[in-house]
Write a new protein. Sequence first.
Lengths: 317, 443
Amino acid sequence: MSAPAVPMTDAAGAAAGKGPRAAKPPGAKPRVQHKGAILAFVIPFGALFALFYLLPIGYAIYQSLLVIEREGTFGQATQVFGGLTQYILVFQNGPFWESIGRVLAFGAVQVPIMLGLALLFALLLDSPLVRGKKFFRLAFFVPYAVPGVIAAIMWGYLYSPNLSPFSAVTENINFLSADLVLWAIANVVTWVFVGYNMLIIYSALLAIPAELYEAARLDGAGQLRIAWSVKIPLIMPAIVLTAIFSIIGTLQLLAEPQVFRSFSSAVTSTFTPNLTVYSTSSIPNFNLAAAFSVVLALATFILSFTFLKFTQRKESK
Amino acid sequence: MQIKKRAATVALLTAATVVLAGCASGSTTQDSGDAAACAPSDGKVDLTFTTWIPGIEDVVKIWNEDNPDVQVKVQTGPNGNGGTYQNFFNQLKAGNAPDLGQIEYDALPNFRVQDGLTNLASCEGVLDAQDNFVDWTWGQVNFGEADAVYAVPQDAGPMAMFYRADLFAANNIAIPTTWEEFAVAAEAVRATGGYITNFSQSDINQFAGFVWQAGGSWFENDGDNWTIDLTSPESVKVADYWQDLIDRDLVSTNPPWTDEWNNAYNTGSNWTWNSAAWGANSIASGAPDTAGNWSVALSPQWASGDNAAGNWGGSSTAVFKGSKHPYEAAQFALWLNTSDEALTMLNESANLYPAAKSGLELPALKEGVEFYGGQPIYDVFAEASAQVSPDFVWGPTMTQVYNDTSDGFKGAVTGNGTLTEALTSAQQSTINALEAQSIPVNK
């Protein structure tokens, strides 16, 4: 376990750098103290991280490189190394890439709406003009406490053409049709996660020093102006964080479409990338499912980091 | 945001498939369960049994009381394609499958091709049991091979037509006996505002049952190669027939097994259901307000005077590869599926229609059923059971076939493509799925 200790020296060094700078000549290599203590703290994390994170990922990559061979219609299957065979199948799979396109369209619309609402609610909670903050903070957050599957079943009932309590609406607008079902699901996801994102943004707002508001008020800024020119720029890192979480979550949509699949004819077994993974593993074709998962993970990484780079460049301008 | 819960779901799925699989991939390469292996174990034996039959606990309790040395522990889960099969496959890969499991006939080839089943032919009494079972069910568990028994048949799903006797009578519409008459009656029913029936776009077993009745078969296994025939003339005939009814808005298309679907039956909007013997339970629980108004008749025929029935569902009890006690497991499976006491209880608690011939003579299956106006409905199913063709063969990747076909059928009922196009596309994707697993297939 010496490897994880190495980055810790950098971290220790960075932390030391924040202290009384004059004490150390620049460029001096910081000494590592309490090696035993560092190890004691790192090993539990490191072991679990390796066991439940690195090992499964490694195993998935390993599985994705295998193909099955067998003799005869009920022959014994043997797994042999197949190189990138499964990945070629992934790239040839039309429905999989359609589903990636579908969740990207979903994300492009749903994430801004959800984060916009979360930001609005957080700003309202933070504004001195609003009363009953504790109540609203809890009320906005409650949907997040409802498990995603239950939320999907509940909304599915509300959307139901004949059984919905709002059947006057749902009889005329079929929210479960091919045109609307993606946005019906977007609504469920938004409902569940607005409160969660609001809480992250709100806690960032609470960390802003009050002097800044005082200074802004002295300069004649009203509440709107303070929100726009002081608060939002300062909580930008929190918003970027929620955006990245949302992008990852969007690409990994599974529970809601899985539930909707049972009562909407528009949701297929390949509606989202993760549903494709699920359907493939239930064939069962674990190798191809593993390849789908690896490609999906890579796509998620690329998208998240592109977004991060993009926003950082914008900020530095 | 989403990440937390989604990640948890995904992590669970990945953990199930990936981590568990890592533990024991070596154990999947055992040789096929051989004759010599099936001997009684010494001492007390504990068996595990996973199933989704409602009320199974009470049946197993009787066995446990009578057999103190062979104790069976029951686990229940969702129905096969609803998640239990996925669990079985994962458990098999991880080497910790239960001793016994419920597997529907259509999934048996899939489990066999994944090397998940123990051949019970050498276990005492199993081969001798053949004569106890309805012929076609035995063909499903031995794959047409001598000296092979990969599961013990449990129940069957001979199909008939449940219909609202009161509505047909009140509107002076004759009960259809051919599919042609069925289509004519569909117009008359639609004129009253209802639908003659619901077409199942997401549970493909109903459609497969129709094809079965029409004399088609989707798969063939000549020992060297699989032949896939989703687009056989019979299959296309059935698809065109239902496509026409869908196009003319003569059948409803509520996704089956949903509240909407129950509601359509409970409110009298749907008048008939072409379903299996076990469906008697589904109507009674899904449409309680219509008690007493239903009757059962033999399925409409393609030509007047024909005597053919399809089959929808039906399960077997299989012993999984890796069970240390195949002998005891086989004895339990035989008792569960041939003894009068077990079959009577299974019929009472879950309306299971026995695959055992002796079961068809049970007093409980001769009585009138109150929900069906006192009609002895199982007489109809007994007649249908004898009409089910033994030639229908299931393929080795039915979960995939159902998924791909239902994706296409779902499009067809929403005006996107046709049922026949869906079958054509599923034909190709099934060939691909078999090739991906090196299962030999004729193109």
